[in-house]
Design a protein around this ligand. Structure first.
Ligand SMILES: C[S@@+](CC[C@H](N)C(=O)[O-])C[C@H]1O[C@@H](n2cnc3c(N)ncnc32)[C@H](O)[C@@H]1O
Length: 247
């Protein structure tokens, strides 16, 4: 497995925080996964064929997508994620870097990248590999933090100074591509690469992956109740789910 220089630090971060990820986001711990990400991915995939779950983590997406008609292979660069993935019955899992996949060209029907590409520095290399392994007519499903509405520096503003008081969602510097290291939980620092949405669409398009569908779901009701005490929180999506078709 060859992880590019720029992605080596990210792999080390995930090695350190794999247990945190599993505890907070997998096995039913996170309503956004249970109510949105898993069903949206499942609905975006072809009903049968070979599916690669890239940056699979502990394998929750691949396990959910697997069926008698769908053969899933999960790939992740991080050993501790794969150890957890293999501890549960289900798909096969292999170690690999997203920009250097141990997979034959034109051999798979679908690829899923769930909350992965925003951690990958070499976006062009990753999409080149995805395009290489997908057969003609195959599907790429990308789940990501919404690049516009979750730009670094975005968030609710509760302005009590103006009369009447206003609550609004501030958007950060959307057009500025920036790499940030964010403390997402106590002692958990992760690298994120912010890019405008057009960068993803155009990098994919340049490699023959044509955007077919975009979902921008409202946050699930349980999430709104738990985290956001703003009356318009259901109007600001946290996620974007993109489906591309290999031409
Ligand atoms: C936010 S987690 C998402 C895990 C899984 N896709 C899910 O939705 O449950 C990001 C995953 O991407 C993996 N990852 C990050 N950079 C990678 C790279 N360059 N190659 C392969 N995996 C990578 C990390 O190890 C981590 O497991």
């Amino acid at each position: 497995m060859t992880v590019g220089d720029r992605d080596r630090a990210v792999v080390a971060e995930w090695e350190a925080h794999a247990a945190w990820w599993r505890r907070e986001f997998t096995g039913g711990a996170d309503e956004e996964y249970v109510e949105q990400i898993l069903p949206l991915v499942e609905a975006s995939l072809p009903a049968r064929g070979t599916v690669l779950d890239l940056g699979c983590g502990d394998g929750q997406v691949g396990r959910y997508a697997a069926s008698p008609a769908r053969c899933v292979l999960g790939i992740d660069a991080v050993r501790s994620q794969l150890t957890a993935a293999r501890a549960v019955d289900g798909p096969l899992f292999a170690q690999g870097a997203i920009a250097d996949l141990p997979v034959a060209s034109s051999s798979v029907d679908a690829v899923v990248c769930s909350l992965v590409l925003e951690h990958v520095a070499d976006l062009a290399g990753a999409l080149h590999e995805v395009a290489r392994v997908l057969r003609t007519g195959g599907v790429l499903v990308v789940v990501m933090n919404h690049p516009l509405l979750q730009t670094p520096g975005s968030g609710w503003i509760d302005d009590q100074v103006v009369e009447p008081p206003e609550q609004y969602w501030r958007i950060g510097a959307y057009l500025r591509e920036v790499t940030t290291v964010e403390e997402v939980d106590d002692g958990v620092e992760l690298t994120f690469h912010h890019r405008p949405l057009g960068r993803y669409v155009n990098e994919a398009g340049d490699r023959g992956l044509r955007l077919e569908h975009l979902d921008e779901p409202a946050p699930p009701a349980s999430h709104l109740e738990r985290y956001w005490n703003f009356s318009r929180a259901d109007t600001i999506p946290r996620l974007a789910v993109l489906r591309f078709r290999a031409g």
